[in-house]
Design a protein around this ligand. Structure first.
Ligand SMILES: CC(C)(CNC(=O)c1ccc(Oc2ccccc2)cc1)c1ccc2c(N)nc(N)nc2n1
Length: 329
């Protein structure tokens, strides 16, 4: 095979492998066997060994970066990563609804209800569709560059399905199943256990050696947009989430757009009950004003948007195997 044919074959393999990654890790709906997937991967690895110029940063073979970093670089968020005000009961929600109507000058508000994943808030930057940088929230203005570790999250596309430049916000997390597997492994080695999946995810993403992060099956859900050409944005949050999904990003499907605070409360109660069925921990429900123009009118307080609030659930009953005995906390 000459260089030209090799380049064409490599491009075709990259596209096939990315499509299978998307189907397996984002849609949870693979259409080929692991063996067949591995064969495609091995062929691309061999081609890239033979023709190193084919080893592009967005190649699926380049998920696990190079050498361990000495430290994490700082990253200034172009658009601040905001924190959320909290609600703890129905009265807090009614107050949020009343204030939104009063300040928005409306008597009806459409909300989007989303699960609040108990993970680590991160910001991903894509330029012309290619993943170029990922950072922690930090203090909202300055975070840490954890690009190498975020690349190892298999549901994070290294290239979007359209060549757009956009910053997206989301939560990196460790599924409960993976948390149990890692703690059982630590238990066997007599190492200290992680207290909960959130600490395990944060600990994994803070590893300076990307190979260690790659050994942890982390996942990610995207839920917002930061720096973007406003012309690309649709008029509502509902449509924004659908747009992120079309780009190939993983967006949590357990969300609901509703037209009253009563329906918000129904969603909150539904997921208070259904939490244990999820394979990841949630610490609440996030309620957001759907209409982006109304959000603009509502604006922000010092650090939080007036157009969103987090309804917090009490800590999920975690069963931790401490030194071989079950401790219910
Ligand atoms: C709503 C937002 C705070 C994200 N949004 C932003 O960070 C954000 C930031 C600047 C924005 O616009 C600005 C632009 C310039 C200046 C100030 C704001 C808009 C959104 C948020 C935070 C945490 C969330 C969570 N744990 N789970 C879910 N499901 N959703 C969440 N949503």
């Amino acid at each position: 095979m000459d260089r030209q044919e090799a380049a064409r074959r490599a491009q075709s393999l990259r596209e096939q492998i990315e499509e299978h990654n998307y189907r397996y890790f984002v849609l949870d709906d693979p259409i080929i066997s692991d063996t067949e997937y591995d064969r495609l991967m091995q062929e691309l690895i061999r081609l890239e060994e033979q023709y190193p110029e084919l080893k592009t940063p967005d190649s699926p073979t380049q998920r696990v970066g190079g050498e361990p970093l000495p430290f994490f670089e700082k990253v200034e968020h172009r658009v601040p990563m905001l924190s959320l005000g909290n609600a703890f009961n129905e009265e807090d929600l009614r107050e949020f609804d009343e204030r939104t109507k009063r300040m928005g000058g409306v008597d009806q508000v459409r909300y989007v209800c989303e699960l609040k994943i108990d993970g680590l808030a991160v910001s991903l930057r894509y330029e012309n569709g290619v993943f170029v940088q990922g950072a922690t929230r930090g203090d909202g203005q300055t975070g840490e560059d954890i690009t190498q570790n975020l690349r190892t999250i298999r549901s994070l596309p290294l290239r979007l399905r359209e060549p757009v430049t956009v910053e997206v916000r989301g939560e990196a997390f460790m599924p409960k199943r993976e948390f149990r597997r890692i703690n059982e492994e630590k238990e066997r080695r007599g190492e200290p256990l992680f207290a909960n999946p959130r600490n395990a995810a944060a600990g994994s993403l803070r590893q300076l050696d990307p190979k260690l992060a790659a050994d942890r099956a982390l996942d990610i859900f995207l839920y917002g947009v930061g720096a973007v050409d406003e012309a690309l944005l649709p008029p509502t949050h509902t449509e924004t989430l659908e747009w992120l999904s079309r780009l190939g990003l993983k967006v949590n499907p357990q969300r609901r757009t509703v037209d009253s605070i009563e329906e918000v409360m129904a969603f909150v109660e539904e997921w208070r009950e259904k939490r244990p069925e999820l394979d990841y921990e949630i610490d609440g429900i996030v309620i957001k004003v759907d209409d982006l123009a109304l959000r603009e009118r509502l604006g922000m307080t010092a650090k939080s948007p007036r157009w969103a609030i987090a309804y917090k659930f009490p800590a999920e009953e975690a069963v931790t195997i401490l030194r071989g005995i079950e401790v219910r906390v």
